[in-house]
Design a protein around this ligand. Sequence first.
Ligand SMILES: Cc1cc2nc3c(=O)[nH]c(=O)nc-3n(C[C@H](O)[C@H](O)[C@H](O)COP(=O)(O)OP(=O)(O)OC[C@H]3O[C@@H](n4cnc5c(N)ncnc54)[C@H](O)[C@@H]3O)c2cc1C
Ligand code: SF4
Ligand code: SF4
Length: 426
Amino acid sequence: MTATIATSQTILVVGGGVSGMTAALEAAECGREVVLVERSPTLGGRTSQLYRYFPKMCHPTCGLEINLRRLKGNRHVRVITMAEVVGVKGKRGAYTATLKIRPRYVNENCTACGDCAKVVSSEIPNPYNYGLDKIKAAYLPHAMAYPQRYVLDPSIIGTEQADKAYAACEAGAIDLSMLEETIELPVGAVVWATGWKPYDAAKIQPYGYGLYPDVITSVEFERLADPAGPTGGKLRRPSDGKEAKNIAFIQCAGSRDENHLRHCSRICCMASLKQTQYVREAHGDAAKSTIYYIDIRAIDRFEDFYQMVQKDTTVAFVKSKVARIEQAANGDPVLHGVDTEGYHRYVTAHDLVVLAIGMEPEANGITLPDDVVTDSSGFIEGSADGGMLGAGSAASPLDVNRSVQSATGAALRAIKVIHQTAGEVA
Ligand SMILES: Cc1cc2nc3c(=O)[nH]c(=O)nc-3n(C[C@H](O)[C@H](O)[C@H](O)COP(=O)(O)OP(=O)(O)OC[C@H]3O[C@@H](n4cnc5c(N)ncnc54)[C@H](O)[C@@H]3O)c2cc1C
Ligand code: SF4
Ligand code: SF4
């Protein structure tokens, strides 16, 4: 266990997505000391894996760039990547957080020149593209990664691949002796901004995800549409590489279902409406998108976006909960169900099916401190004494704008905790 780098006046923010970055920056710009801990090798979270944002359809790089500029100019935030909070003890104003930091095997001398990747031949599934393609085992997580520093995958440590990478690095940035570290931090307040994860689509058995290659999830579709994704932005279906023009979007895949997630994931109607515009962008008037829905939830200002998509002649809406998907003899996925407006059965083939997958709290499956209260879906409400707070999509399934608002609120409440407890603890 190594020395501390914080005090009881420090705010700990867990999770470096848009919510964690916002909470950290808002608190730091008020002069508070903040430690921002991120489990992956880069900040940005799942927002950086989207192709475009609704409702303005801009690229996620804009928002990320602004936050990174704010972060680089602020000496009150210390960022620790590849680190997880494994325990928090104590009380409001006087917590001790235990962090486990995984080795990156690359130090701050890295210039991101990429020479190590050129000599390494081993590959790993690419986490940025949800495993749809592979990357070298010496890699930069993505073009906008922060820190701009390569990572060596642990699978090559101790092999000649790592030795080759070491020899190729003229900056002296590769350190193969790095070990996992555990550190303890005294902090006064904790903001949990651990975000969300896509619900495991394989659990929705009638839809055949994992069985039929051309049934994919909405997060995977974001990567297909992105020029930085596995197909260079072409909407190619996984089975045969054919360009998908006739695409089905199935809403509430895993959400609003007692057998899966009970809650409405709130953003997936908007995500599918947005993704129909990726299909239009790719194929113009020859595009064909069909949204199978129970009801469309496009709240507040998103109603305008919904109306815009309703007028798009390439988009059709079928009010129906799809019963099951089967595969035709030619490999096409075929949807079976009943249209609840006309009450007729349909059996409809598409090139590709996109499951609008639900948002599950990422904190499901990690051990949270005993006094952190979660709702029935596992979203973090905070601790009873107010010293630990949920922010962004860790607290509720939220879009980016609402995540930022939630994180700003959490930062203010964390500052209040520090202010109120100052002097109570040494
Ligand atoms: C298909 C789809 C499309 C979407 N499109 C849009 C859109 O167009 N516009 C929009 O506004 N919203 C969109 N969203 C929603 C958007 O992705 C979320 O609003 C956003 O990701 C929330 O950011 P966050 O920081 O709360 O969580 P995340 O992005 O999940 O970030 C959480 C971070 O915490 C880290 N973390 C997790 N656990 C730990 C731990 N134990 N220790 C340390 N770090 C940890 C993670 O690695 C991650 O970096 C979409 C969602 C989906 C599913
Ligand atoms: S680790 Fe060395 S070789 Fe690899 S990108 Fe960084 S500086 Fe270049
Ligand atoms: S946002 Fe739409 S698709 Fe998502 S769970 Fe709610 S109703 Fe279903």
